[in-house]
Design a protein around this ligand. Sequence first.
Ligand code: GLN
Length: 485
Amino acid sequence: MDLCQLTIHQAAELLRRREVSSVELTRAVLDRIEKVDSRVRAFVTITEDMALEQAKEADRRISDGTAALLTGIPAAIKDNMCTRGIRTTCSSRMLENFVPPYDATVVERLHAAGMVMVGKTNMDEFAMGSSNEHSAFFPTYNPWDLSRVPGGSSGGSAVSVATDATIYAIGSDTGGSIRQPAGFCSVVGLKPTYGRVSRYGLVAFASSLDQIGPLTKDVTDCALVMNVIAGHDSRDSTSLPYPVPDYTESLVPDLKGVRLGVPKEYFVEGMQPEVAQAIRSATVVLEELGATVDWDVSLPHTRYGLAAYYIIAPSEASANLARYDGVKYGFSVKEAENMWDAMEKTKGNGFGPEVKRRIMLGTYALSAGYYDAYYLKALRVRTLIRREFEEALKTVDALVTPTSPTVPFKIGEKLDDPIQMYLSDVCTLPINIAGVPGISVPAGFADGLPIGMQIIGRPLGEEVLLRVAYAYEQATDWHKRKPPL
Ligand code: GLN
């Protein structure tokens, strides 16, 4: 087997037994990037020299017995997480040359664990999008069919994992940005409970919804990464002060006593029949593993999730993105008549069309006279949605839904129709609104294109999600298929 195809747990075992070195593993991954990235374009920046340095250091740690489990294992980081000394662009002209002076907490923790960072991955500009077509630089392509999108906004991270151009990756998820590309690329992607992973150093999109999480080749790897990145951080006031369990303890191969529910509202109108069928078949497997499946669970307010999200997220974005005024950092137009003119030109040229659309939507929803009608109302809907999840998750331990209503769509197909693009997140958005955790696992294919299954849990219920996901993975082999690249 090619070294780049290893999972974290396989690679860690070989490193521990000194059968391969981190330098060899890192070289294999860098070679793979060299081979496939011109076709899929998952990376904005490849940090080859730094990776090899870190690999050497990791080999030292391994030989002197101070290594952690992730030590020496290559990873890719979405380009909206600050990396000290390494360009962090958010795939935007606005931050094209921004080199942060500090690491995001997640990056810092991974470095402390001995990460070898191979690069920063492409995304929709400022994480606004579902296809990676909104990157200001270039789109990323789906390795299962290069004429299709990989999903977004963490499309580069998902593709890097799916193509073995990294062993694992980190993404962020505001309305589906980890789970939807994970589903579209047939990898595992977890959006943790809001507050479980620190957002310090994550470039803010919608602060009350943003959450960082892993994209991995299997569920065991997802648990291993969570063990490192989860936990309280005093630099993020929304981070939860609760102890972090050992997530690998949830990885048991049966589901005896686990109660699952399938909310009917998630089989939305217009859903591709193959997707609905794949999830129905998956529930049969889950039952065979010992779980009970309740088909009468209902979350009626789900239908307002999309509308509430597209008020709340743009409102927060309009406030968060006000800082890009060309004064402190980032792109700056100097040739201007006065300060206002400079700001207008900076924002006008620095932001792409989708970001501008969000800023305008948000500014409108927050403006005097509309605030109550839109923003406040959306917050009320948010409370209803959150309560509804709370109620539903009293009678079942987790909910099972499709991750997306369709398989990956064609590049360009939804680009001129924002509403169609927004609809591709109907199944993932409510989970961010409720603040609960959700994971996407490979659950089938339709005409060679991946289908993801989403499992949703209670706040801090990641262990249940991992248990269900792991048992399902052990009973199926969707996750073993590789794209024909
Ligand atoms: N696709 C959604 C949006 O465009 C969610 C993006 C995300 O999760 N970052 O807002």
